[in-house]
Write a protein that binds this ligand. Sequence first.
Ligand code: SF4
Length: 730
Amino acid sequence: MGERGESERLSFCRICEATCGIRVRVRDNRVVAIEPDREHVASRGYACIKGTRFAEVQHSPDRVLHPMKRVGDAWQRISWDDAIGEIGAKLRELVAAHGPDTLAHFMGSPAGATTLAPAIQQAFLSGLGTRQAYGVGSVDCNNKFRVNQEMYGSPFRLAFPDVPHARFLMLLGSNPSVSNTSLVHLPHSIGALRDVLRRGGRVVFVNPRRTETADAVGEHVAIRPDTDVYFLAAFVRELLLAGAGDDPRVAAHTAGLEELRRVVEPWTPERQEPVTGVPAARLRELAAAHRASGAAALYLSTGVNQGRHGTLCYWLLEAANAVSGNLDRRGGTLMGRGIVDMPAEAKREGRFERTDRTPVGSFPSVVDTWPVGVLADQILSDDPRRVTAMIVWASNPVLGCPNPSGRLERALRELELLVAIDVFRNETGDLAHYVLPSTTFLERADIPYAIQTLCGSQPVRYVHYTDPVLEAPPDVREEWWIYVKLAEACGVRLFGSRAADAFLRANARLAHSRLHRLAVKPGTLIGLVLARAGVGGRRAQLRDHPHGKLLDPNRPGDFLGTDRVLTPDGRVQLAPAEFVRAARGLEADYERELAGRERLKLISKRERGSLNSWLRNAPGYAKERSNYLYLHPEDAARAGLAEGDRAEIASAFGRVVAPVRISDELMPRTAALPHGWGHARAQGLRVAREHAGVNSNLLAGDGVANTEALSGMSHLSGIEISVRPAPPGA
Ligand code: SF4
C-alpha cells in the first residue's frame, strides 16, 4: 500500500488483442490511474489511450449495476433470482413451442477476452440444442477462419507474420498504429514495423486511404476499395511466373498448385490495373522485391475482410505466403504454438467444425456460428421454427451489424425475449426485456485472449495471468456465473456431464452466498488449465511473473511436414474446391467493377481513441468525434460540398447525414465514415448520446444478396454511395 492508501496492481488491458501490460493504481476499490507497464515482456511500455483511459468506463455513472427488467418503456430493478427465473421460464416456453433453434445468441468482441465464460456459454447453447449462434466474426474475421479450415485443417491454425525477422511486409486493409493487428498479438506494432525498416527491409501498406501508419512507416500503395482480390490474384500470378512454387518444400508439403495457377492465370497486372488503380509496373516491382527479400510476409485485416471477396482475398494471400516458400520460414509467416494445441484438440473433439447450414441462404457454419447478415430474416420469417428469443453478450448489433434503414432493429423489436448481458445498456439493450450486469476486465481473473494463448499467434510468445484488480460491485456477476444460472433455469446439463454440471451449479450457488469463501474461484480454474498445459506453469507460478512470462519462441520449420497440418492428407491445400469455383465468378464481378469505376465507394475508418461502439460512453473517448464523412477534394467538389458542410449519404439500403471533412489521404472515388456511432437514441448512454454521430451500418445491406457466400461475412466496406448537400433541416 503506497501513499494516500493507494496500491499498484499489475495486469493487462483486454480491450483489444494486443493485451498490453498495464499498471493500475487503485484506491478504495477505484482506479486512480492506468499506465503502461514498461517491464511487460511483450508490450514493453506500450499501451494506447483506450487502455489508459479505461477508468472512465470502469466508473461511468451509466454502468448497469443491478439486473434490470423493462416494463413498458420503464426500467425496473429486479433480483437475480427473479430475473434468471423469469428468463428461464420464458425460454422453456419458447423452446417447447418452436424448438431449440428459436433461441439465438450473439457474442461481441469484449466477450472474447473472458477466459472461462465462452466455454460455459457454448455448453449452454449446445445443451439447449440451438444452432443459432452468432458473433462479431461475421462482420469482422470469419473469412480467415474459413480459409484456415480449408487450407490448414482447422479454423485456428492461424499463420502470422514473423515481424521481428521479416525483410518485406505487405499489409492490406490494415492500420496497426490505430487498431493494432487483428488476430495477431503484436502490441506496439508501429515500433515493430519501424524495426523492419531499420534492418533495411520494406513495409508496404495497400489501402484506399493513406493511413496514420502508412504516414509514419514505410510506403503506401493506393487501391480502389473492395478490389484487393484482383491485386492479390495478379500478385500470386507474378510470384508463380517468377518461379515461386518451384521450391521443393512447396511440392512436398502442399497440394493444388496447378489448380491455383489456373485460377490466377487470367489476372495479369495490366488487367487488374483499371479496377484496382494499382499500376501494373508497381505491382510487378512489389512482387520482385517480395521475391528478392527472402523473408516476406503478407497480412490483411478488417478493411479487406469486410469486402465482397474477403474469403478469396485471404485464400490468395495465404497461397502467396505458401507458394513463395515463406510459410513456416524465418521472417515469413509462422504457425504458432499455443500453450496447448487447441486446434488439434478441438478437431479431435469435433468442436468448431459444424457442417450445418443456415435455413435462410444455406450459409456454412464458421467456427460454429452463423452469419449475422441473415439474422433479421430468421427473426422475421413465417417459419414456426423462427428465432423468437435472443441473448446478446457484450455487443451492440444495432450499431455494429448491417442494419439497412433500421431493419435489424425492427427485427429485434419482434422478439418475444431479448436479454442483454453487458456493462452498459446500449442501443440493443434498450430493446431488451432484461439487462444483466456483467464484469469489466479489471474485475476478472484472465489469461490473454484464447486466440493468442491457445492458438499461439504471437510474434513474442508468452503467457500471462492476472488476478482481478478490483472487486466487482455487489450486484454485478461474472459471465460464467450468469450462463451457469441460465443453464440451470432452462434445465440444461452443462457439458453433457452430470459431475461437471453439478460442480458448476454448486459453485455458482456458493460464489454469492455467505459461504462464498468456499467457492472455487475462476482464477483457480484457470490455474488448472495452465497446469494441464505445462508450458505456462501453474497460476501460482505465474504470479511470480506479473509482467508476463516469456516462453520458448515460435520457430520456423515447426509446421510443414508435421502432424500439425490438420488436413486429411497432411498437406496445405492451395486450391480448395469451393474457393476455386467461387473464383470463376470473378469474371462477372470484374466487368461490374470496370463499368462502375467512377462510382463513389464507402469505407470505414478506425479511431485511436475508440473501438467499435462500446467505449463512447466516457467523456475522454466520446469528445474526439471522428464520425465525419471524409471525402477526397475532387469528390467533394463534384458533389458541391465543402469542409464542414452537412452531406446526405445514400446507398441502396439507407440514408444518413454527416458533416464533411476534406482529406487528400483518400484516393479519389473513396469516402470514409467511421463506424460504431449513432447513439442519438441511446437511453442508457448519456455521454455517448451527447456525441451521437450517425450509424454507418444503416447504409449496409443484409440478407442473402449482401452476405458473402463462402464464410457469411457481411459486406461493410466498399459500399457504393452517392453524396450531396443535405437538405435544410436534415
Ligand atoms: S492497444 Fe490499447 S486497447 Fe489494445 S490492449 Fe493495448 S492498451 Fe488496450
